[in-house]
Unconditional design. Structure first.
Length: 263
């Protein structure tokens, strides 16, 4: 495949992934949304279906990696050329930013209603008080639409949770076999992976929100920092390194383990 195929496939697929994944979170948490309070089950299945759509669209072009952690795992396993890794990751990050921007466009009215709601604004001083006491970094009231954050802020636990979740994702993909191009899933593999993502969300998503994908977290977090959202609060950059570094470690461990034990 050409560099253009990789670029267009990964940008398009990751944008769709984040648009639909971030969209289900926005629908569940934002005021004036018909899906408000639909719950964690809706979010978990929404992200799984988001993976399915993004992967189906991009698979013929780029193999539908859509995730720097998976890209690294495949490079270690041998399914992706190391020289292509920067192009894959850069394309995934750009696609994630585009998808996050489109979530904002789709939910413009709901973001405004949420961020100007007196109840939401009244809760912000308490959060800022915690920040002043250095017991929790700043995180705005809609940051969860764009990126992840822990329920219990413990660096070791948060890192381990993301490593474990990403390991499950990448090892599940590697053991399914690749398509004829050698670097992506076939049609059945895309469907199976979508349900793997649902399983991870339901089983391991509670502690940190299961980023399991550096581009999925970093790209939308950057968009959150840049968007002109009133009263949006902070982007929680103190935590931001964990959903980037930990999934990369998990993906690398999965690629190494696959080569060592499962080939």
């Amino acid at each position: 495949m050409s560099n253009f195929d990789i670029f267009i496939g990964e940008v398009t697929g990751t944008a769709l992934l984040i648009l639909l994944g971030g969209g289900v979170v926005a629908g569940v948490v934002l005021k004036r949304s018909k899906a408000q309070n639909a719950g964690w089950l809706a979010i978990s299945f929404g992200w799984g279906f988001a993976v399915m759509v993004g992967a189906y669209v991009s698979a013929p072009f780029s193999g539908a990696l859509l995730n720097p952690a998976l890209t690294l795992g495949l490079a270690i396993e041998g399914g992706v050329k190391w020289g292509d890794v920067p192009l894959y990751i850069g394309s995934q990050l750009l696609g994630a930013m585009i998808g996050a921007f489109l979530v904002w466009v789709a939910y413009l009215g709901q973001f405004k209603a949420h961020l100007t709601d007196p109840e939401i604004l009244a809760a912000q001083p308490a959060v800022e008080g915690l920040v002043d006491q250095k017991t929790a970094p700043a995180a705005g009231p809609v940051l969860g639409v764009f990126s992840t954050g822990p329920e219990v802020r413990n660096v070791v636990q948060n890192v381990l949770t993301e490593i474990i979740g990403t390991f499950v994702l990448v090892i599940a993909i590697l053991t399914q076999g690749l398509n004829n191009s050698g670097n992506g899933l076939g049609t059945l593999g895309v469907l199976i992976t979508s349900f793997v993502v649902v399983a991870i969300g339901l089983s391991l998503g509670g502690p940190t929100g299961y980023a399991i994908n550096p581009a999925r977290d970093l790209g939308p977090r950057i968009v959150h920092a840049l968007l002109p959202l009133p009263n949006k609060g902070g982007s929680d950059w103190t935590y931001a390194w964990i959903p980037v570094v930990a999934p990369l470690i998990g993906g690398a461990l999965a690629g190494g383990y696959y080569n060592w034990a499962l080939v």
